[in-house]
Structures are given as C-alpha cells and as structure tokens.
Design a binder for this molecule. Structure first.
Ligand code: AMP
Length: 282
C-alpha cells in the first residue's frame, strides 16, 4: 500500500489519475479504522476508479482538553486495511503540512454548523470545514464519501460543497453498527465494560422514538420527552448532551414531524461522548 505524506505528491497522484481518465474518490478519516470506515472505502471503490483514504487526526477540530493527544493512532494497520478494501493510496500528512507556519485561513459554514454538536463543541465544525476544504482542493476528487453517523457533519460538508462551487459529489453512507446496535466509532474503545453494556441503549431509544412516531405521536417535544425517559431507564450512567428532532438539510429543530426529520442524540458515557441518529418520517 502506498502511503503518501507529502501534499505535492498527493496532488500529483490525483492529477495523474484524472489525466488517465479515472474517477477519483476520497474517503477522509482520522484513522483507527473500523468497519464503518471500511464500508465507506467500499462505497468509494464502487463509485470511483482511483481511491484515496486520508488518515489525519485534525488538530483544528479538537479543543484544548479534548483527546487530540490520546486519539488512537496506528497508520501501518490503517494502511493495510485500506489496501485490503481496495484503496489505492493512503494520504497521511504531518500536521505541519496541512497547517503551514503562519496559517490563518478559516472556513465557516453558517446555519447548519450551529446547534446540536456545536453547542458543546463550538470549535468543531470550523475545524472540520477547514480540513475538508483543504483535502477537496488538494485531491479534487469526483466523489468524496462521508458517514451518515456524523449527520450534521455531512450536512455541513454538503453545504460547503455547494457554496464553494466544488465539482465534487458528496456521498453519504449508512451507519455501520455492532451486532447489538451500537454505532461503530473509534472512540468506543474509551468505554468501560459497564458503559459498553449500556451504550446500545442509545440506538434502541431512537428505534423506540421511531415506533412511537409510527403509532401516531408527531409532536417533537412529546417524542423527545419519551426518549429522555427511555435513556433514564436504559442508559442510567449517560449524561445527555442533546436529544433533538431536526430538519435533515438545515439541522434546525422541528416542532412536529411532517415528512422527514432526523432524530439526533449525543450522550456522554464516562470518557466517551457517543453520537447517533436515525431518519424518521411521517
Ligand atoms: P472519523 O475517522 O471518525 O473522523 O470518521 C471518518 C468518516 O467515517 C466520517 O465520514 C464518519 O462519518 C465515518 N464513520 C465513522 N463511524 C462510522 C460508522 N459507524 N458507520 C459509517 N460511517 C462512519
């Protein structure tokens, strides 16, 4: 597996793939690859002929005191897995290559970057938008694949792609779950055994909300109050960050489910902050 660490070399790789008439696909990740990431790579391989996986723990999306230093890193293993799943190159730049000395450019996606995760992590989407812009400008992929697990992130990147007139399809891919329903995440390794046992309750609560909607309850406040009760029972050690029903495109809260909505949750369980969401519709 070819590992590229230099930005000029990465640009040249993608330029030459494009010149050969190949469709370029990009899967941005922070590494510590799991089945969720691998299914994104599979999707990119189906949609493109030359696939790059970026592995970059992006300092700009971590606030002081978050887990930037301790975030799991294993480039050799990630590169081997990416190769086994059909990627052509792994792009793993050092932070200094992505953030040159004196860097001061920021990318703000207003509206959709507000609320939900931004409330407790106000730095987060600015950091994501900045690094994804850099990656898309460098690789100029025909398609970039992102997980629906990070639904607000996907909405931010879709908005960014439209607004910056980037000629790149932003493809969303469904959340991959453990057998018991827990959404896979590189941060699940932070869970203790007792926390891990409660964690699947997050998804079960979302399914319970969906069932109550299908039974006729369409009022967002009622649906969310029921979800809060569910978590109090089933995820007793969880500390709720947010429980919301939002519009899938704008990420603004809805008062009543009419058409499609996203039920999105963030819950702290010990050292881990777990997020999950499902699309519900009336
Ligand atoms: P990360 O390495 O956590 O920044 O994630 C890189 C990409 O993988 C993002 O587009 C995530 O949405 C996606 N991803 C993370 N976990 C999952 C999962 N369980 N299922 C599908 N995609 C995921």
């Amino acid at each position: 597996m070819r590992i590229i660490t230099d930005v000029d070399e990465f640009r040249a790789w993608s330029e030459s793939a494009r010149c050969e008439g190949r469709r370029v696909g990009l899967v941005p990740t922070m590494g510590a690859l799991h089945e969720g990431h691998l299914s994104l790579i599979g999707e990119a391989v189906r949609r493109a002929d030359a696939v790059a996986v970026s592995v970059f723990v992006n300092p700009a999306q971590f606030a002081p005191g978050e887990d930037y230093e301790t975030y799991p890193r294993d480039l050799e293993r990630d590169a081997a897995l990416a190769g086994e799943h059909g990627a052509d190159v792994v792009f793993a730049p050092p932070p200094g290559a992505m953030y040159p000395e004196g860097e001061s450019t920021r990318v703000t996606v207003e509206g959709v970057s507000e609320g939900l995760c931004a409330r407790t992590r106000p730095h987060f989407f600015g950091g994501v938008a900045l690094v994804v812009t850099k990656l898309l400008v460098l690789a100029r992929p025909h398609v970039a694949v992102f997980g629906e697990k990070d639904r607000q992130q996907l909405a931010v990147i879709r908005r960014l792609g439209k607004d910056l007139l980037l000629d790149c399809e932003i493809a969303g891919h469904p959340t991959v779950r453990e057998e018991d329903g827990l959404a896979m995440s590189s941060r699940n390794v932070y869970l203790t055994q007792a926390e891990r046992a409660q964690a699947p309750g997050l998804y079960r609560g979302l399914l319970d909300l969906k069932r109550r909607l299908e039974e006729g309850e369409r009022d967002a406040a009622e649906l969310l109050a029921g979800l809060e009760d569910f978590y109090a029972r089933e995820v007793p050690d969880g500390e709720i960050d947010y429980l919301e029903l939002v519009d899938p495109e704008t990420m603004r809260p809805v008062e009543r489910v009419d058409g499609e909505a996203v039920a999105a949750v963030a819950v702290r369980l010990g050292r881990a902050r777990l997020i999950d969401n499902i699309v519900v519709s009336w």
